[in-house]
Design a binder for this molecule. Structure first.
Ligand SMILES: [Fe+2]
Length: 247
């Protein structure tokens, strides 16, 4: 399969709807090259999903910090605005879905339009067999708010997930101006910020050090705004709790 663009450590592909073609890229991915699949989803659908998630969160109390966000079968959202309180410094509004069946039908259907193909891609690329109803599995949206939303550099254990997927849900120049995910690859530092737009999926070997650079740090933070850099990720609860900060 031929890339449409590449630079050291990064290759960009157009998959169209034929996700199975990605399987031939498994070796390249597991060798440490970051893969970026353009336009797997439509920008408009990404915007609809963001708005549905925001609407859902307005009707839910925010999870308080005395509760465990990594419990199984938990749907929650939480505003993480105090990086000094976390082992892995970050600023974002997170929306976690560990029990998709329990959310309203509109949101569930739109979320599954993203999650079903992403899970297929994950399993194809990683050689895994995860299913959506695995109690250890969840979907998370991360809203890196304008005004400095970020996530410090960290690593995950390679096994058992092997591959991380990040689907962008917002557009540079419209929802935010700066910020993006960077990776330390065997070929050097890769900054995906200029390439990763709404509907595009990044796939990376799960143990590559990565971080999310601050989103529009010169702006004021408004936690009620739908703007910012939005990402959708798939994760396993027990992998998540073993992520390591690399100061
Ligand atoms: Fe990560």
């Amino acid at each position: 399969m031929k890339s449409i663009q590449s630079e050291p450590g990064l290759k960009i592909y157009k998959l169209n709807s034929d996700l199975k073609r990605a399987q031939s890229l498994q070796h390249e991915l597991l060798s440490g090259t970051v893969l970026l699949f353009k336009r797997v989803f439509q920008t408009q659908d990404a915007r609809i999903l963001r708005n549905l998630v925001m609407d859902w969160s307005r009707e839910q109390p925010t999870l308080t910090f005395d509760k465990n966000a990594n419990s199984q079968n938990l749907n929650f959202h939480r505003i993480d605005g105090s990086p000094e309180k976390s082992n892995l410094p970050h600023v974002f509004h997170q929306y976690g879905f560990g029990d998709i069946d329990a959310i309203n039908n509109n949101l569930k259907l739109k979320l599954m339009e993203f999650v079903t193909p992403m899970l297929e891609l994950q399993n194809l690329l990683a050689g895994t067999a995860y299913q959506i109803d695995d109690p250890n599995f969840r979907v998370k949206l991360l809203q890196y708010v304008c005004g400095g939303g970020f996530l410090a550099q960290h690593t995950h254990p390679l096994e058992p997930q092997r591959v991380g997927l990040i689907c962008a849900l917002s557009e540079r120049g419209k929802d935010y101006d700066s910020g993006g995910t960077t990776f330390d690859t065997p070929s050097g530092k890769v900054d995906t910020g200029a390439f990763h737009s709404a509907g595009d999926i990044i796939a990376f070997r799960y143990d590559l050090p990565h971080e999310v650079l601050p989103t529009d740090p010169e702006s004021a933070v408004d936690w009620t705004s739908t703007k910012g850099r939005w990402n959708l990720v798939l994760e396993l609860l027990d992998t998540h709790t073993r992520s390591n900060y690399r100061p």
